[in-house]
Write a protein that binds this ligand. Structure first.
Ligand code: ADP
Length: 342
């Protein structure tokens, strides 16, 4: 199948407003790659350029060794899955799915084989004869996915496919979509603004801001070693503790000196996730005093806010040691510190 090579792709819809400045990106063969970013940052534009639905102003796109920059959508062998399913209400499940192979000129038997195969993969075989209007949102999204698979695409493009589903179904479909992509060794580009979706599903992800990729890496890399305050905040809750790096791995803050590798000498911030702060004994190494000023219970964890010499810090506690607002306590940091300079 091959990967995707994007070189110097740029786009402005109206003169003078660059939605995508020249952008380079490589997606590996069989990779489930995510574009993550706030609404309006240009994710869908890039996806539509790959599908052939939007023409770029400049640059080139190759699927494997095949240059597709000037090919119409139907010649690209890319299939798209949309947020709103885009199914035909007057057709059955099987007819909707069979439409994909039929429209590429596959024979009747070949279409039937691919339809049955795709419906089995999304676990919808017993619903083949149903009208799509008689299906739940989750089932309709499975049909849309089956239709994309039945096209046997070189590239699968997913545009916020789970946004219309409720939370439980979304969790289920995340696992399913990843399973299908891996089982079929699909190269896929998935666009979302949902960090949990990207973190839990992606092989690699790119965080976008105003048309530019500001960081690219595996979910763990980007979550644990964010390059900027923007990426750190976009991927989850985070505390920024201002301090001074000594250039030898030490980072001095109002709540103590911490080991922070990779920090160049000078003022910057330590990005500290809520799960990296915990209650500690007064005499524990690195313990610093705090006063609890807020508490919210979420069942699996309690989120606390604490006043410290480094400002208000937010942290999570999953133990059953309930502490009250107003209590004085000691906290410590464990692992998971990253330095961010902008
Ligand atoms: P995202 O998918 O990240 O929400 P989009 O790619 O949809 O972002 O949009 C990026 C920017 O381009 C936005 O400012 C949006 O208003 C603008 N835009 C998108 N499509 C069009 C269009 N067809 N015509 C004019 N502007 C558009």
């Amino acid at each position: 199948m091959g990967g995707v090579t994007i070189r110097g792709i740029s786009k402005s819809y109206t003169r003078g407003t660059m939605v995508l400045p020249p952008l380079d990106l490589d997606i590996a063969d069989g990779e489930l790659f995510f574009l993550l970013g706030p609404s309006g940052c240009g994710k869908s534009t890039l996806l539509r350029i790959l599908a052939g639905l939007v023409t770029p102003d400049a640059g080139s796109i190759a699927f494997g060794s095949r240059d597709v920059t000037y090919l119409p959508p139907e010649k690209r062998h890319a299939a798209m899955v949309f947020q709103n399913y885009a199914l035909w209400p007057h057709m059955t499940v099987a007819e909707n799915v069979a439409f994909a192979p039929q429209s590429t000129g596959a024979s009747r038997t070949e279409s039937a084989r691919r339809t049955a195969d795709a419906l089995a993969v999304v676990r919808m075989s017993d619903m083949a004869g149903r009208r799509v209007t008689a299906l739940s949102g989750g089932q309709q999204q499975r049909v849309a996915l089956a239709r994309a698979l039945a096209a046997e695409p070189e590239l699968l493009l997913l545009d916020e496919p789970l946004s219309n589903l409720d939370a439980r179904l979304r969790d289920e479909m995340r696992v399913e979509i990843r399973r299908i992509c891996k089982e079929r060794h699909l190269t896929a580009l998935y666009v979302t603004h949902d960090r949990n979706e990207a973190l839990s599903m992606a092989d690699r992800l790119a965080v976008m801001r105003e048309g530019r990729i500001c960081q690219l890496g595996s979910p763990t890399e980007v979550y644990r070693r964010p390059a900027s305050r923007f990426t750190a905040s976009f991927l989850g809750d985070v505390n920024f503790i201002a301090g001074e790096a000594d250039g030898r791995g030490g980072f001095a803050t109002p709540i103590g000196v911490f080991a922070l590798t990779g920090a160049a000498a000078g003022r910057s911030w330590a990005a500290v996730r809520p799960e990296s702060i915990h209650f500690a004994d007064q005499n524990a190494p690195g313990a610093f005093p705090a006063r609890l000023v807020g508490r919210a219970f979420f069942g699996d964890r309690t989120e606390y806010r604490a006043e410290t010499a480094a400002g208000t810090l937010v942290f999570n506690d999953s133990s059953y040691l309930d502490r009250e607002k107003g209590e004085d306590c000691f906290l410590a940091l464990s692992g998971g510190l990253a330095v961010v300079t902008e």
